[in-house]
Ligand binder design. Structure first.
Ligand SMILES: [Zn+2]
Length: 150
């Protein structure tokens, strides 16, 4: 069964990748799930340069809109910017790895389905009685004896 051994090999490789990702996932560091980005703003004054398109900024910005919670949309505290950046990167990496694990799981599942069909036993082997013709059941035991071909 060369095909089966190839499938085994593939599953091992995928599983190793999966495990490496999982080890990272299990030690993700702090995760800033809120959006963190640089934002340019208008102050609203008609005489300001921003009125003609030269906006203020960039400001490091925190945005979060959660159901049942107060909307957060404000500049990040200056001495927290580095931490916010780090935690935000942690979260991106976390999400990427989680998505890759899901993808690997799907690949592994496809291989599992292949194993099933490769190793499937024929149910007919368990229903055909010796000497019995294929696809037809004898009407009674006497007839069945009469038909014996051995
Ligand atoms: Zn302005």
């Amino acid at each position: 069964m060369e095909e089966l051994s190839q499938i085994r090999q593939k599953i091992c490789q995928l599983n190793q990748k999966r495990w490496r990702l999982l080890k990272c996932i299990m030690n993700p560091g702090k995760l800033l799930t809120a959006s963190f980005y640089e934002r340019f703003t208008k102050c609203g004054s008609r005489n300001c340069k921003c009125a003609s398109g030269e906006l203020h900024g960039p400001f490091p910005w925190i945005y979060q809109n959660r159901k049942g919670e107060k909307l957060i949309s404000t500049s990040c505290v200056q001495d927290k910017v580095k931490e916010a950046q780090l935690f935000s990167e942690n979260y991106k990496s976390f999400k990427e790895k989680a998505a890759k694990i899901k993808q690997l799981d799907e690949e592994i599942h496809r291989l599992i389905v292949q194993i099933e069909s490769l190793n499937e036993a024929d149910a007919k082997e368990f229903t055909r009685k010796e000497g019995e013709k294929r696809g037809r059941k004898p009407k009674n035991s006497e007839e069945s004896l009469g038909r014996e071909e051995n």
